[in-house]
Ligand binder design. Structure first.
Ligand code: C5P
Length: 221
């Protein structure tokens, strides 16, 4: 059984993919399932925390007791995260936020043409970096999926985004990350130090993650 070492703590989690619409019926997205974020939510609830999940479109059920704020686009996710940020003590950004959105959202379905077409994309804001800029006493945790130079890149992200640590995971290892029930992560700290965890269930990753976050909280002994 889990210790109630997070009772009264407020945990804000982003989960799932975002959808960036091109027209009313088409969008750019990614295969994020939301499982990692929901596992963090379950673990936090079992430890006595209050939990808000800002979730992109996913097909899994949220854990009982969590408040879910459904969003689609990165801009909507940013708004919802900013609205709940003041309230939070711990923020865990597991969402796979789309890096770009259409420069021009068409209000009507675009007809098919026979020539090549181009779609102009503009960068989405970095939600974690925006929250990191006004971090205060909160503990902020990000995720990063890298195919190469993982530790170095993740340490750079932790620094730039002002996160306490980044959970580095890999898109290419069987059974882990996107859609799987397991994950294999490395905790990477802004100074480049890191801790490798073996492959384990996403719920167990969540337990390690919250243990690490708990150590960094104001009232930790
Ligand atoms: O995409 P990237 O590897 O930079 O993601 C690292 C962390 O930043 C993740 O926790 C992700 O949820 C977050 N992020 C974000 N807003 C973005 C892109 C990434 O909050 N636009």
């Amino acid at each position: 059984f889990a210790p109630k070492d997070m009772s009264g703590k407020k945990v804000l989690i982003s989960a799932g993919p975002t959808r960036e619409y091109l027209d009313p019926v088409r969008f750019i997205s990614n295969p994020s399932s939301g499982k990692m974020g929901f596992a963090v939510a379950e673990e936090a609830l079992s430890r006595g925390a209050e939990v808000v999940i800002v979730s992109g479109p996913v097909s899994i059920a949220a854990p009982a007791g969590a408040k879910v704020v459904p969003v689609e686009s990165a801009l909507q996710m940013k708004d919802a995260m900013e609205q709940h940020f003041e309230w939070s003590d711990v923020v865990v950004m597991t969402a796979a936020v789309a890096d770009y959105r259409a420069a021009d959202l068409k209000t009507e379905k675009q007809a098919k043409v026979s020539e090549h077409i181009s779609i102009e994309l503009v960068p989405n804001p970095d939600i974690l970096a925006a929250l990191g800029a006004r971090k205060g006493q909160r503990v902020l945790v990000g995720f990063a999926m890298e195919t190469h130079a993982g530790v170095e890149r993740a340490a750079g992200k932790a620094q730039r985004k002002n996160a306490d640590f980044i959970c580095l995971n890999y898109p290419t290892r069987e059974g882990t990350a996107f859609g799987g029930d397991d994950n294999q992560v490395t905790f990477v700290f802004p100074d480049g130090s890191h801790e490798d965890l073996p492959r384990m269930s996403k719920r167990e990753v969540a337990r390690h993650l919250l243990d690490e976050a708990r150590k960094r909280m104001q009232d930790s002994e």
